[in-house]
Design a protein around this ligand. Sequence first.
Ligand SMILES: Cc1ncc(C[n+]2csc(CCOP(=O)(O)OP(=O)(O)O)c2C)c(N)n1
Length: 650
Amino acid sequence: MTTDQKPAQTPAPKTPLLDNISSPADMKRLSDRDLSRLADELRGETIRSVSQTGGHLGAGLGVVELTVALHAVFDAPRDKIIWDVSHQSYPHKILTGRRDRMKTLRQKDGLSGFTKRSESPYDPFGAAHSSTSISAALGFAVARDLGGACETGHGDAVAVIGDGAMSAGMAFEAMNNAGALGKRLFVILNDNEMSIAPPVGALSSYLSRLYAEQPFQELKAAAKGAISLLPPPLQEGARRARDMLKGMAVGGTLFEELGFSYVGPIDGHDMEQLLAILRTVHQRATGPMLIHVLTKKGKGYAPAEGANDGGHATTKFDIVTGKQSKPPSNAPSYTAVFGRALVDHAAKDDRIVAVTAAMPDGTGLGLMAERYPSRCFDVGIAEQHAVTFAAGMAAGGLRPFCALYSTFLQRGYDQVVHDVAIQRLPVRFAIDRAGLVGADGATHAGSYDIAFLANLPGFVVMAAADEAELVHMVATAAAHDDGPIAFRYPRGEGEGVTMPERGVPLEIGKGRMIAQGSRVAILSFGTRLGEVRRAAEALAARGIAPTIADARFAKPLDRDMILKLAADHEALITIEEGAVGGFGSHVAQLLSDEGIFDHGLKFRSMVLPDIFIDQASPADMYAVAGMGSTEIEAKVLEVLGVAQMAGKRA
Ligand SMILES: Cc1ncc(C[n+]2csc(CCOP(=O)(O)OP(=O)(O)O)c2C)c(N)n1
């Protein structure tokens, strides 16, 4: 298949059992053998579904059996099954009444790619950022015990968390609290020895040691032996599992020290084992339980199993070949441009180091890790630590680049303020996925970083208008030793502009003029500049030539340039890919402080609207936000008072 073709339609496999499941209640009458068959059908359906929409594949395939077993044993939505990150929740969605809408997954007005409370009563808690499930489950357990009113009632609380997500501080904060409270609570540790990239750190090695001590073979033999002793169907379950458990629970695990009972490790693809163990713990648990389940990311689909990332995320693909359809692209991605520019500087300056929180490829640090492994750190899903770790390295005389997605930097905010900004430490924040990101939706939108960084004393905050600008901003950051500095850039490809041979540090706090016009000035911060240019072309046809400037810096502002734009034009419009409180607000503050509004400047600020925008293509999301070229054009006409006339003429 060539890359831009549509994937071939493979006939849908037969799914006689799945066809009769419209909610987990329908699973209760299935025999264990049928539950195994249902899992096979569910796996096929998940693959088929993701092949048509793209999305997270490997994690869901790894938990197919676990999903079936959980829904067979627990009683959702009364029991709260909480999927951590919830990128693995597609099989759960299929079993909980959303099968027919899976073709809308991650699209405008369609199903979310994550769990979402407003989408289904079977999604008791929304997620997308990792490591929140145990805290939320503990909250449900306490609400149950203290008589909280919950529409779906109260039952058990079950958190399903991956080994990657388990490495985050928040998961341990929750375990620490849950162990002390001692309430009945289930934590299923889904250990596939993978995060997006191979997991890192001491916890990962610890988990490997745990199951190395308990080989599967022995467990399987024990399970089989126990089963053969049992009388038929009705007693299937509890007694058998009780016997098995005796031989399984390993004493003295870290989890037991934290106050949990530990059961495992269990083969997460062996339905017999899963059902037996879950039924037993369901029947007998009185306090917090950790059930350690071993799975394989991408299980049952060779192209995913064989991929380096276990088929973590994919575009639409051909089921037979596994080949993904990727739209052809001419321009390099911002991520790749950053990765290359960083390595160029690292080659010349051995004080440059880089930090990623479990996203070496997503942040473009793969190249740095390859060339300078001792200077590139993947700290796991640990953004708070990443920020303070970088601050420590800066204090110690290095030049750290902390590369995070805008949305995940949110988790390290106190560290940004307390450890970096207050101490004026020169940490360089490379902020990827700035602005609206598309299919991952509101949870992943990079909407707030301008606002939450530009209000910090001493911070330099830049946004690249195109990929060439990004190269210069990397150089600016590398050269900036006088306090923290951040530069943001969006997901996806650049504008296709000519690239500079090397980055040249920009003068801090200086913007650049793009086009000199009259009456109205548009001051852009970041990659809306392309849309601004397109709006200007359309306006030219109406005889309106706006002045265009690229601010480059939200902090410090280019006061001289902004005040001159204000003085020379009757109207000034700012635009940025961020929420209110960011660049435009700082410009408004400057203008009001300088008394400019006293003399009648017309001012408008185009920011993301005060709503969480659901998933769609980035262009559609920006249309919802009213920040495309048409809306910019309309804003210019409105501020100049010609909108009415224009409407009549059209
Ligand atoms: C706070 C946060 N940082 C980073 C991510 C990006 N992310 C999504 S899934 C994932 C890996 C999760 O690994 P694991 O919990 O082991 O689940 P698996 O995909 O292996 O099933 C990462 C790093 C995130 N969702 N949240």
